[in-house]
Design a protein around this ligand. Structure first.
Ligand SMILES: Cc1cc2nc3c(=O)[nH]c(=O)nc-3n(C[C@H](O)[C@H](O)[C@H](O)COP(=O)(O)OP(=O)(O)OC[C@H]3O[C@@H](n4cnc5c(N)ncnc54)[C@H](O)[C@@H]3O)c2cc1C
Ligand code: SF4
Length: 571
């Protein structure tokens, strides 16, 4: 038995504590006493229940570092609460969270539990099943968010068939409502977004500060040993775990970003490097998604830096847009569409409408664009694929070297850290998948287990919505795809690659460019009418017939090359 297990067993609440305190269930992604039910009574009147569930951790081959970060933060949170006088009931369980709570409540006569409504659909479902079997639980609003469902519904109205959401509308509304970066009801600096200023490649103009690392303490060391022995077959490397796991370390991590990275965050937000993998990004997603940091606190800190001229307005606005805009927006979108399951009911397309002559056979699977999961496993993910992409995800995503330096670099980082920044997720990992026609659902499931910050509400919206256009134009107004030119402009990857980003056909040509043109050609009947795709289609039409034949051959060869490697199994 670990030292932590002994400690929690020794501190098991007495019958009097169970009777007299207000009991709160704290899920695995809400480690906070800065908002919510834990702030509503003194510590001496509070009790919390925490469940460490092996069933949940085994559901997917989650990155080992994700499990360490999550479990170590969970155990530290329990100890921190105990230290301030909260009674902690910490339960190790081989079953689900809902089932464990139900058994605990029956066995120990726990009163009705209070819980902030979970953001993760999976947990909502698990708890609702337990409630049907008798779990007494009252849900209260999740105040870790900066916006409410009503804010989203007031902006767009409720979900209807064929609807498109433009994030910017929601972001403007939230700026106005919160008064963040606003003066006299007008946006500070005269515009809501400085996105156009935030697209510089990084060429060593300013040094990139090295973020702090956190050596594992005794609790984390025990968790590392536990994860190795229980989940050793999972994805990712465990070496050199250095993420913060205590509240004070999480706060220190954030302060480092504020003081050292924020000033250059904006201008280099889209830049990619193989020598500075994090560049000026905050890497706060893992802590935000665990509840260790609260979005509204971060937003206010950054707005303050802008107000006191300690950081450029464009950098501050860029960061605030990610949190107050994208993060909140994605959460609402997931909730409103029930994780994209509601799409199943209104766009049933039985047949691939694209002309068949230019489609590589393997991408022509005429599956329904939206597969309903109704009546099947309620936990199974929705399978939208507006572009009929259905090829299996190849071995390169599991670390088998492909020779594409951009892919190999980013995948190696994900295996090492369980994290990479936004543009590498979007314009390398997802770009390749969309161009080739790899299954958006498989890509989503890969992101879900490979990234330390992945939870259903954020990974499904980002991959199925933003990154692969699998939901049509619900989330993104056009597919985020590019050939080598974009990657070459925004990174130093191509300079270290065997392929030539300036060549699209012939020996040594970069596969991304040929894949890009054949992607456009393959999906012309679906995308050519999109007003944001007019320019790419004009350029496609300028290509001669012989050039198109060569591009198709190069793209086919690239897909066959990626498919030629055997996929190592982690499941
Ligand atoms: C294909 C793909 C998959 C993604 N999967 C996830 C995921 O599983 N979990 C996750 O938290 N984010 C995900 N994102 C969004 C974004 O890439 C990450 O939040 C960000 O890279 C995390 O690094 P950071 O903390 O350094 O972010 P920063 O660049 O420092 O941005 C600050 C914060 O803004 C928030 N944010 C920014 N963009 C988004 C967004 N599109 N959606 C939600 N929050 C956003 C994050 O909380 C982030 O911590 C995904 C994006 C793409 C394109
Ligand atoms: S040349 Fe092509 S494959 Fe190589 S790094 Fe650049 S975009 Fe990636």
């Amino acid at each position: 038995m670990s030292a932590f297990e002994k400690d929690v067993k020794a501190a098991w609440p007495s019958a009097t504590d169970i009777r007299n305190r207000r009991w709160i269930y704290v899920p695995y992604d809400r480690y906070t006493d800065r908002t919510g039910p834990l702030t509503q009574q003194p510590a001496s009147d509070s009790g919390i229940v925490i469940v460490e569930s092996t069933a949940k951790a085994l559901r997917r081959p989650y990155h080992k570092k994700k499990l360490v970060a999550l479990i170590s933060n969970m155990r530290h949170f329990a100890l921190e609460q105990q230290a301030r006088g909260v009674c902690v009931l910490y339960q190790f369980s081989p079953t689900s969270h809902g089932q464990t709570l139900l058994e605990l409540q029956r066995e120990h006569h726990l009163p009705t539990l209070i819980c902030m409504t979970p953001t993760e659909r999976e947990l909502r479902l698990d708890l609702s099943f337990a409630q049907k079997s008798g779990l007494a639980m009252d849900f209260v609003p999740d105040t870790t968010w900066a916006s409410t469902s009503e804010d989203f519904l007031d902006t767009y109205g409720s979900f209807k068939p064929g609807k498109s959401y433009v994030m910017d509308r929601f972001y403007r509304r939230m700026r106005q409502q919160t008064g963040i970066l606003m003066k006299n009801a007008k946006p500070v600096g005269g515009q809501f977004s400085f996105d156009a200023d935030n697209r510089r490649p990084y060429k060593g103009e300013v040094p990139v500060p090295k973020p702090p690392t956190f050596a594992p303490g005794s609790v984390t060391a025990e968790v590392i040993a536990f994860v190795e022995s229980t989940y050793g077959h999972h994805f990712g490397n465990m070496n050199n775990f250095d993420l913060p796991c205590t509240q004070s370390d999480c706060d220190r991590f954030w302060q480092f970003f504020l003081n050292h990275l924020l000033p250059n965050f904006g201008q280099f937000e889209d830049a990619m490097r193989d020598d500075h993998l994090q560049i000026f990004h905050s890497k706060t997603s893992v802590l935000l998604n665990l509840g260790r940091l609260l979005a509204i606190d971060l937003i206010r800190d950054v707005a303050e830096r802008a107000a006191s001229d300690q950081a450029h307005l464009a950098a501050c606005e860029g960061f605030i847009r990610q949190l107050l805009g994208w993060r909140e927006f994605m959460r609402h979108l997931h909730e409103q569409t029930d994780g994209y399951r509601l799409l199943a009911d209104y766009v049933p397309q039985e047949k691939d409408p694209r002309p068949q002559e230019h489609s590589p056979d393997r991408t022509k699977v005429a599956a329904k664009a939206y597969q309903s999961t109704a009546g099947e496993d309620p936990f199974a993910g929705a399978v939208p694929s507006d572009l009929y992409a259905s090829l299996p995800l190849p071995a390169v995503y599991w670390g088998v070297k492909s020779g594409l330096h951009c892919m190999d670099t980013v995948v190696a980082q994900v295996i090492e850290e369980g994290w990479s920044h936004h543009i590498t997720r979007l314009m390398v990992l997802s770009n390749l998948a969309t161009l080739c026609g790899f299954s958006p659902r498989e890509l989503t499931d890969w992101f879900w287990f490979a990234y330390v910050d992945a939870y259903d509400w954020v990974v499904e919206t980002n991959v199925l919505g933003m990154a692969t256009y699998a939901d049509g134009s619900l989330t993104a107004t056009k597919p985020y795809v590019s050939g080598a030119a974009y990657i070459n402009r925004m990174s130093n990857f191509c300079g270290h690659c065997q392929y030539d980003p300036k060549k699209s056909i012939g020996p040594g040509s970069c596969p991304f460019t040929a894949l890009y043109w054949t992607f456009l050609e393959r999906n012309e009947s679906i995308l050519a009418g999109n007003f944001r795709m007019q320019m790419p289609y004009r350029n496609l039409r300028k290509k001669s017939a012989p050039e198109l034949v060569q591009l198709r051959a190069r793209a086919g060869e690239a897909i066959a090359h990626l498919e030629s490697f055997e996929r190592p199994g982690y499941e």
